[in-house]
Each structure stands twice: as C-alpha cells, then as structure tokens.
Design a protein around this ligand. Sequence first.
Ligand SMILES: Nc1ncnc2c1ncn2[C@@H]1O[C@H](COP(=O)(O)OP(=O)(O)O)[C@@H](O)[C@H]1O
Ligand SMILES: [Mg+2]
Length: 396
Amino acid sequence: MHFSEKSKAVSQSNNFDSSADPLTQRHGTVVTTTDRPEPYLRVENVYKQFGSFVALKQIYLDIYPGEFVCFLGPSGCGKTTLLRAICGLDPQTSGRVIQAGQDVSNLPPSKRDFGIVFQSYALFPNLTAAQNIAYGLENAGQPKSQIKARVQELLEKVGLGQIGQKYPAQMSGGQQQRVALARALAMSPGLLLLDEPLSALDAKVRVKLRTEIARIQKELGVTTVMVTHDQEEAMAIADRIVVMDNGYLAQVGTAYEIYQQPNSPFVADFIGVMNFIEGEVIAADQVRCGNAFLQVPRNDIPVGQKAVLAVRPEAVEVLDVADTNGHPNTSTAQVEGIEFLGSNYQLSLRITGTTEKPVLVEITAAEALKFDLSIHSSLNVQLPPETIRVFAADAV
Ligand SMILES: Nc1ncnc2c1ncn2[C@@H]1O[C@H](COP(=O)(O)OP(=O)(O)O)[C@@H](O)[C@H]1O
Ligand SMILES: [Mg+2]
C-alpha cells in the first residue's frame, strides 16, 4: 500500500462553485440560476421518432434572451434533429416548442422567427454575396434603397464590406459562411440557429470565425443555438453547453460546470481528457483502488459498491519527494510516457500499488524542469481529494 492511509478530514468546500467561473465574468450577460428572466425559447418534453427509432427523448430545455447555447455531443446523438424541431423544419413527434411566449409547436418554418446557417454554405451560386443577403429582404417586399443600405451594413458586420459583388465560387469557405451568417441575420430574427457552421473550414479559419460569430452574437444580443461536435468550440464561445447523448440531454451548464462538475461518466469522458480509476467504496469519503485507499469527496454511494473515480490530468499534483508529508492520496509513480505539447507535458504515470492502467498527468513545461523526467524515472504524485469526482460504477 502506497497511498496514505491517514484518514485526514477532507475539506468539503466546493472549489467548483460556478460563481468563481471566469466565463461568467467574461460574458457578463450569463444569467444565474437565482436571477433568470423568462426563457426566450422553451422546449418542453419533446420526443422525435423516425419510424420506430426514437431520436429525441424527453427533452426539456429553457434558453434565455441573448444566450449563446451550444448543442454538443457525438455524431448521431440528435443535435441536428433537435435544432430542426426547434424551428419546425422537421417538427417534433410530441412535446411543445415555445418561442417568445408563443406556442409555435405546430407552425410551419415560414411562420416562425429564426435565421439559420448550415454546415454546407447553401448560398445561391448564381447570386452575388450582396444578392444572397438581399434575398429574404426582397421577398419581404422591403424598399430597394433600404435593402441596399441593410445589405452593406450586414456585409460590414461580417467583415466582407469590399466583396459584396463576388459570387460564391469566387469566395473562400470562410467568406461563404460569413455571407450565410449575414443572410441568416438579414431579417433581424429573434433566434439564430447554426448547425455545425464551422465544420467544413480549416482549423485556423474555424477558430477565427468562431470568435467573430461570438462577437457578432453579443453585439446583436440575438438568442443563438449552435450545433457542434467540437468541444473546444463549444467551450470557447457558448454561455451554456447542452451535452447530448443518444437522444437525451446528458447535462446543461456553463463550460466551467460541465468541465469541472460532469454529472456522469459519459460527460466526464466526452469533455476534455479524463482518467477513470475503478475501486470499491470503503466509507462515505474513501474508495479502495487496488491496494490504495483514496480520500474522495463525501458521497452517498453505498459502502461495498464499485465506484469509478474521475480525475483530470491537470488535477494530479507532481511533488518533490520531500513534500508528500501531510498530503492525502500521495504515492510514488513511474514515468511510462512523456509527450511534450509545447506549454505542457503530458505524462503517462503508473501509480505504485494500483493495478490500474497508467494515469495521464499534465504539468506545465516550467514545472517539469523541477523533476527528473525520463522514462522509468520515479516521481511522487498526489490526487487532491477535492478534485476527484466519484461515480457509481453502474453509471458507466
Ligand atoms: N430523416 C431521418 N430519418 C431517419 N433517421 C434519422 C433522420 N434524421 C436523423 N436520423 C437519425 O437520428 C439520429 C440523430 O441524428 P442527428 O440529429 O442528425 O445527429 P447529430 O446532428 O447529433 O449528428 C441519428 O441516428 C440519425 O441517423
Ligand atoms: Mg448534425
């Protein structure tokens, strides 16, 4: 046994309190649970079936005015299906959609108030950028002079002030998607829907455009739902993330909440990198993993049950040999792999006394200088109890 057996009192203070969430401070407009206005969009007990296949199950979701919400999840989990149900392109089988206080569940898309951008740019190839953007305004019968000014304003908003006369084939993918965004915004919709708008673009363009979409969204204050399968994208720009799994909502929360307080092993695994360590519950705050007794946050999984501990790579502390005294959950570990990632090292460590697979540990390059990092070298590690999340093994 190599982990400390001392049953030191473990601090139960919640380090993951979302009031400390830097995102909340950054966006400023994020509404808190205690002070929420009426939702702009309410999805109420929505189901969607394709034949006998149930693609959406029991979806309840409130989206607040001006929020930027991302639907995130693996391919096929129902993100697009939910987006299409919200705007009526492919209505729900049962349940209701309420937008701006009105039950729109049975309205055709043409009677609803939204703009949409798809992954495939879906521009009219025979129309210029300006004509594409003007299309909806012309159909609505707006006066020509007004349309011209509005189109120019939109082109400038999406950073295309100079290229209104180009045709889609003469534009890059990123430019076409900017036109698609301007077109979706032309009628000043109450709801902006984006279905993987960046997925077809190069990595660099994708990052640049996502930042601009977030900026434009905040400038306009338009309530927005974006579908993505890219967790980094969702974390970067969403006020709240809706994680979906197999037709269900798995978790809804800020990026910070979803990352730090995943409510299931699925979410823990899907967002970021996570180590899972199996064990058996010994006490309300103790789990045995192999020969090691780990202090964990107090939980109500019954004693004797199998549990899974989830630990982020950056939560594992690498310590000097002399510095392990008094820390719970310390052990020696052998270095099995080293990856240099620029600002960080990702280490693969086998923790002594557990039969578990190696644990991934991330330390900064600066921190790494303090240690003898070579394959098979020994380090001391600590798993700070408050950073561990405990799940019943049957939840896996
Ligand atoms: N028109 C359809 N007919 C039958 N099955 C569909 C249809 N559209 C989607 N599905 C199925 O519903 C599930 C969810 O699809 P979708 O919402 O497109 O996933 P995502 O956007 O999350 O990748 C998938 O299993 C998909 O095959
Ligand atoms: Mg999709």
